[in-house]
Design a binder for this molecule. Structure first.
Ligand code: GAR
Length: 218
């Protein structure tokens, strides 16, 4: 393992927190040279808060509802991230859109996991939309967050075949299992310095990342 101190992650959640758990586990098991400095939830009801506490992580609520506007909410969020000296922000099922100002301030230091093969199926209900369209493939994407919603450069995708007659529930479960693998993988690349942000775009292993790395799952 490198001599660099572990990369300090701020993991932002809104719900169940299974991706946060996968990241925390990868850190604990030294599969990535990173540590979860803080878990921030935008609502008290986020199930992931209990998981974070069980794991002994710093878990804090910044309840968006209690702020007058997004700017005030983000000021508090930023204060917490700075207090924990967060280097990389991981959006792990965080259901708030970051303002262009915050995205620019942290350019190249925010990643998001999205349950679709971006640029296909931005937004919500991706699994049912994929099934309704009769697509042959589906998957998940880890991407850098820019001011554009679900629009920043994609780094790594998991791709799976949609099975004939597959239910939304089963498809969602298979995609989620791959999310738990690709999100820690990208964090590992960042921690090793293999993945960097330079001149407004991502570079992997010394080359501009023109197209996402795609990993097939069966
Ligand atoms: C995950 O499937 C994640 O990809 C998705 O929310 C779920 C959160 O699950 N994110 C988005 O849809 C963002 N646009 P988790 O709380 O168990 O990690």
């Amino acid at each position: 393992m490198s001599s660099r101190p572990p990369l300090r992650l701020g993991v932002l959640i809104s719900g169940r927190g299974s991706n946060m758990q996968a990241v925390a586990r990868a850190c604990r098991e030294n599969r990535v040279n990173a540590e979860v400095a803080v878990v921030l939830a935008d609502r008290e009801t986020a199930g992931g808060l209990a998981i974070a506490q069980q794991l002994g992580l710093n878990a804090e609520v910044v309840a968006w509802k209690s702020f007058a506007d997004r700017a005030a909410f983000e000021r508090e969020l930023t204060a917490r991230l700075e207090a924990h000296r967060v280097e990389i922000i991981v959006l792990a099922g965080f259901m708030r859109i970051l303002s262009p100002e915050l995205a620019s301030r942290y350019e190249g230091r925010v990643i998001n996991i999205h349950p679709a093969l971006l640029p296909l199926y931005r937004g919500l209900n991706t699994h049912s939309r994929v099934l309704a369209a009769g697509d042959a493939h589906h998957g998940a994407s880890v991407h850098f967050v820019t001011a554009e919603l679900d629009g920043g450069p994609v780094i790594l995708q998991s791709r799976l075949d949609v099975r004939p007659g597959e239910t939304e529930h089963d498809l969602a479960a298979r995609v989620l299992a791959t999310e738990h693998m690709i999100l820690p993988r990208v964090i590992g690349w960042l921690a090793e310095g293999r993945l960097i942000w330079r001149d407004g775009r991502p570079w992997l292993d010394g080359r501009p990342l023109e197209t996402p790395v795609v990993e097939d799952f069966h």
